[in-house]
Design a protein around this ligand. Structure first.
Ligand code: NAP
Length: 331
């Protein structure tokens, strides 16, 4: 018989990929959330709000082989969920982040690199580290800390790859942040899901950096693939990092995914993944992630969902044109 899986969340980006992979394996899937979004088909849906006192009542009965927790807010919610499920679930995965590593830690970041102090650090990193600690302290079985990095693929609701796809579809001269051979590191949510379920099945515990190898793709391959998939309408104008920074353009948010060579790029795109590769992580080719994300965007009429608790991403066309010396409306 397949695994009985509980996904805390399950109707967002990563949770939905985990549910999809579990169902493809024939697992019995229960999701727990507030019921505010479209629910994946074929799941047992439990409803509750993790931020309220009685919110976990629906989790009061039942047993599961494994739990995947996608929470990214106040760690108190992880603590109460892990406590309430203690003794009734065999394995707990907390979907964490490589943001838990302390800024300034030497590259490449491994699972042994220093982490932030959850009481003092900036809020997202502190929440993620606090969630890790809460799960490990409260749960009584193996706890996997899946330190994902940049997550891409269909259903992405931060809007990073969707922004690039829509921008290149618009066509014309496009600011392509260089260098073209800049190595990138990310994980397709569906590959993350495969790893998490395999790891739960094997009872793996502890921290894993769950991203592809550094250089799984490059900025050049990503944008050229995205341009081809969207009709080859854009003319990529490779621009030096220095020029972009001097124009006051913010890496990562205004030019999603991109970070100039240096410490921030080392942090996000050059992590050590020897441990997760040895444990079996496989990353699909970038072409598949790009094509599938574009196909999903098309189904939505081009407008991706956007998480209200994350700032919008993307570059103003006027600013882009100013850097390129072109007119924003000339194409
Ligand atoms: N995106 C990235 O590049 C990236 C990188 C590294 C790590 N991560 C981590 O990956 C995870 C993302 O997972 P995700 O996208 O599936 O999840 P998510 O967007 O963080 O969470 C959404 C899910 O949680 C439920 N939810 C939200 N508030 C709730 C509440 N108060 N009580 C109960 N349920 C609630 C939502 O359903 P309702 O709204 O219906 O309640 C939905 O099912 C996060 O933990 C994030 O930190 C992301």
């Amino acid at each position: 018989m397949g695994m009985r899986l509980l996904v805390l969340g399950g109707s967002g980006f990563v949770g939905r990929a985990v549910v999809g992979e579990a169902q493809a394996r024939g697992y019995q899937v229960t999701v727990f959330n507030r019921g505010r979004r479209a629910m994946p088909a074929g799941v047992v849906a439990l409803v509750g709000d993790r931020l309220t006192g009685e919110g976990l009542a629906a989790l009061g009965a039942g047993t599961w082989d494994a739990v995947v927790d996608t929470w990214s807010g106040d760690p108190a919610a992880v603590r109460s969920a892990a406590a309430v499920l203690k003794g009734r679930a065999g394995h707990y995965t907390y979907v964490s982040s490589r943001s838990v590593y302390a800024e300034g830690a030497a590259a490449p970041l491994t699972e042994q690199s220093p982490v932030v102090d959850p009481d003092t650090d900036f809020v997202y990193a502190a929440h993620k580290r606090g969630g890790e600690i809460a799960a490990e302290q409260e749960f009584d079985g193996a706890v996997l800390l899946a330190r994902a990095g940049l997550i891409l693929g269909p259903h992405e609701d931060v809007g990073r790859l969707p922004w690039w796809l829509n921008r290149l579809r618009r066509g014309g001269p496009a600011l392509a942040p260089g260098p073209r051979e800049l190595p990138l590191q990310y994980i397709d949510a569906r590959d993350l899901a495969v790893f998490l379920l395999d790891a739960a099945g094997r009872g793996l515990g502890g921290a894993y950096n769950v991203v592809s190898e550094a250089g799984h793709t490059t900025m050049g391959e990503l944008l050229e693939t995205a341009n081809a998939v969207t009709g080859g309408r854009a003319e990529l104008r490779w621009t030096a990092a220095q020029v972009i920074l001097e124009a006051g353009i913010e890496p990562w948010t205004q030019l999603p995914i991109w970070l100039p060579p240096g410490p921030d790029h080392d942090f996000m795109h050059r992590g050590d993944v020897a441990k997760v590769l040895a444990a079996g992580l496989r990353a699909r080719p970038v072409g598949e992630t790009v094509a599938d994300t574009w196909a999903w965007l098309q189904e939505l009429g081009g407008t991706p969902p956007h998480r209200p608790d994350r700032p919008p991403v993307g570059l103003d066309p006027v600013k882009e044109a100013a850097v390129l010396g072109s007119a924003p409306g000339e194409y």
